[in-house]
Design a protein around this ligand. Structure first.
Ligand SMILES: Cc1cc2nc3c(=O)[nH]c(=O)nc-3n(C[C@H](O)[C@H](O)[C@H](O)COP(=O)(O)OP(=O)(O)OC[C@H]3O[C@@H](n4cnc5c(N)ncnc54)[C@H](O)[C@@H]3O)c2cc1C
Length: 270
């Protein structure tokens, strides 16, 4: 859903990325980076600038030392989780079932109640238009689904410090996590995951449910009857349907509980 992009670029090397950034800068063309695009919603009008997605060359995953793994930002997060299970490396099981890329996960500090990716990030390789540089994970300022990385910085790769365990133990925790997800979240239906951030000390899903919003629709968009913080596409929903539904949810929760919900998904206008 959402409109078209003016331009779409897939740089395959740091050199490509540099040339791309220079030419977009020269022509004053705005750009936005996406990984898997699983946490962004483009409005019906689309995006007039350039959508940038790192190419295959940025998707390598390898074990560097006993417990150190380097993963390219374009690598799929589920692939990284599977890799760790196969290698007998613990620390990423909490991320099992989260779609998207490694870069997007680091930027969003993706996670669950069981933990988040920031817990195991040792270093992040950043591109700021000049030479790529490795910075310590602490400089990312990881907090609940947030980092303090400026918008115009591109994550190229990440070094993760994991713990050695038997592959069997790691894979069993991954399976448990997947099962938890299967029984508590909608499956087989398009969504952007949790739409709203959990307010301090509460859960957005609980509030939306308590406000009687489960199953409410706007066009093709619906508050999931399974998990109220998931807004799902029942078929043919437009971005405008989702934004209208999100607005209705916010208004109702505010009226009932005096709490202003904030989006976790990133909404891109224009
Ligand atoms: C079914 C479903 C379940 C989900 N469950 C969870 C969950 O349990 N926990 C959770 O935290 N999230 C969850 N999500 C949300 C989403 O999957 C995560 O936030 C994911 O980590 C986003 O990764 P992405 O590559 O798709 O990022 P995108 O959506 O493409 O981008 C997200 C943000 O990261 C930025 N970004 C992307 N790549 C880079 C890069 N290389 N460098 C710098 N910035 C970058 C983008 O500009 C954007 O601001 C779920 C989503 C779905 C659809």
């Amino acid at each position: 859903m959402g409109g078209a992009a003016g331009l779409f670029a897939v740089p395959e090397s740091t050199g490509d990325l540099r040339v791309l950034m220079e030419s977009l800068g020269r022509d004053a063309i705005p750009w936005i980076l996406i990984g898997g695009g699983t946490n962004v919603v483009f409005s019906n009008g689309g995006y007039s600038g350039c959508v940038v997605r790192l190419g295959e060359e940025f998707s390598r995953v390898r074990r560097e030392e006993e417990t150190l793994v380097t993963a390219g930002a374009a690598a799929a997060l589920p692939r990284l989780v599977t890799f760790a299970g196969r290698e007998g490396l613990a620390g990423l099981e909490c991320l099992a079932g989260i779609p998207g890329s490694v870069g997007g996960a680091v930027r969003m500090n993706a996670g669950t109640r069981e933990g988040e990716i920031g817990d195991v990030v040792e270093q992040v390789q950043i591109f700021d238009g000049r030479e790529p540089q490795w910075i310590p994970g602490q400089e990312m300022g990881f907090s609940y689904r947030r980092t303090i990385l400026p918008e115009d910085r591109v994550i190229l790769a990440v070094r993760l410090r994991l713990r050695a365990e038997t592959g069997e133990a790691v894979r069993s925790r991954v399976a448990q996590q997947m099962e938890r997800r299967r029984t508590s979240q909608p499956t087989g239906v398009a969504s952007a995951g949790c739409w709203f951030r959990n307010p301090e000390g509460d859960s957005a899903g609980r509030l939306i449910d308590a406000a009687g919003m489960k199953g409410v629709r706007c066009g093709g968009a619906q508050v999931s009857p399974v998990h109220a913080n998931f807004l799902v596409n029942t078929g043919g929903a437009t971005a405008a349907d989702f934004l209208a539904l999100a607005g209705k949810v916010k208004e109702t929760v505010h009226e009932r509980f005096g709490i202003s919900l904030e989006e976790e998904v990133r909404i891109i206008h224009g």
